[in-house]
Design a protein around this ligand. Structure first.
Ligand code: IPM
Ligand code: MG
Length: 368
């Protein structure tokens, strides 16, 4: 029997509600007895700030370093609008990404057949959509220094963020994208702004070189990030894998999310480099945020969080069959007409967060 150590970080807002549904699925797997998941819990984001004045503490970071995978809910909310910038809830998430070295963020955008009508785009544009955004996650303007606001003492201030990439950072994310493309549609779009940014020039150069040297069997297209955003809403099915930097990846993945019907549907995996035993640090989180406007009302869609757990089964536990089972259960529940508010449509049955979780568990029982 294989054993896996998971660190559960529900965070803030709907993060705590959707994580309950993952807890139930973990218990379900534990009860079956084929694999065992040990869980530890910790605080992150505003919840951590309220408890000890930092968005994540060292003890929790320690647990994250040791875990096979971190399950992350969501952070933030208006309650913490006025906390110091260094302690804002998002700082906990960024520290996890940076300190665990999670440079590769995989954001699949799949349009479940049952949800083709929920998208703001026409059915024929999104039906069958299956794209993967590979976002660089530990570099770029999110972390580049200097990053500061200076008082110019003439009534003016100057704010600086630094967009910075070194060759190795582009090299390793490009390899992840090409590798994944080989297992899918064998096509990569590399997205940057080389027409105005030096980082874009280097990005284009490095991706082209890696492609030529090691991945010439994969089709590569270069696309400017603004055009990429436009093409995503014009004809999204032309894409297979999109590889891009931290900031463009943040934006393009929100665009891609809406193609699938709702931000509540999109999971993600953030992976580090493999060690000598072939194991990589990893964190799994929904692409959506803490949705403070609906928090505590049982309205949140737990599917992105549960699909993120399926990604953990696939990438951190090598349990592909179990991951398939969870994804199949989600797909069936949607085909059966169950919907949380964000994906509700006429004639469907609106359910709460926990009713959605129960329905997915019921399907798992049928599949087991
Ligand atoms: C995301 C989020 C984060 C980001 C925020 C919460 C810091 O938008 O994961 O896409 O910008 O990376
Ligand atoms: Mg984002």
């Amino acid at each position: 029997m294989s054993t896996f150590d998971l660190l559960i970080l529900p965070g803030d807002g709907i993060g705590t509600e959707i994580m309950v549904e993952v807890d139930r699925i973990i218990s379900w797997f534990n009860d079956r007895g084929a694999h065992s998941f040990n869980t530890e819990r910790g605080l992150v984001g505003g919840a951590a700030y309220d408890a000890h004045g930092a968005a994540i503490d060292d003890a929790t970071m320690d647990l994250a370093q040791k875990a096979d995978a971190v399950m992350f809910g969501a952070v933030g909310g208006p309650k913490w609008d006025d906390v110091p910038y260094e302690s804002r809830p998002e700082a906990g998430l960024l520290r996890l990404r940076k300190d665990l070295g999670l440079f590769a963020n995989l954001r699949p955008a799949i349009c479940y057949p049952a949800l083709a009508e929920s998208s703001s785009l026409k059915r024929e544009l999104v039906e069958g959509l299956d794209i993967l955004i590979v976002r660089e996650l530990t570099g770029g303007v999110y972390f580049g220094e200097p990053k500061e606001i200076t008082d110019l003492e003439n009534g003016q201030k100057r704010a600086v963020d630094t967009q910075l990439y070194e060759t190795y950072e582009i090299d390793r994310i490009a390899r992840v994208a090409f590798d994944l493309a080989r297992k899918r549609g064998n096509m990569v779009h590399s997205s940057e702004k080389r027409n105005v940014m030096k980082t874009g020039v280097l990005w284009h150069e490095v991706v082209s070189k890696i492609h030529q040297e090691d991945f010439s069997d994969v089709k590569l297209e270069h696309i400017l990030a603004d055009n990429c955003a436009m093409q995503l809403v014009r004809a999204p099915k032309q894409f297979d894998v999109i590889v891009t930097d931290n900031l463009f990846g943040d934006i393009l993945s929100d665009v891609a999310a809406m193609l699938t019907g709702s931000l509540g549907m999109l999971p993600s995996a953030s992976l580090g480099a493999e060690d000598e035993n072939g194991r990589a640090k990893a964190m799994y989180e929904p692409v959506h945020g803490s949705a403070p406007d609906i928090a505590g009302e049982g309205k949140a869609n737990p599917i992105a969080m549960i699909s993120s757990f399926a990604m953990a089964l696939r990438y951190s536990c090598s349990l592909a069959d179990e991951a398939d089972m969870v994804e199949k259960a989600i797909s069936t529940v949607l085909s059966n007409g169950l919907r949380t508010g964000d994906i509700m449509q006429p004639g469907k049955q609106q359910v709460t967060t926990s009713e959605m979780g129960t329905a997915i568990l019921d399907e798992l029982n049928k599949l087991a």
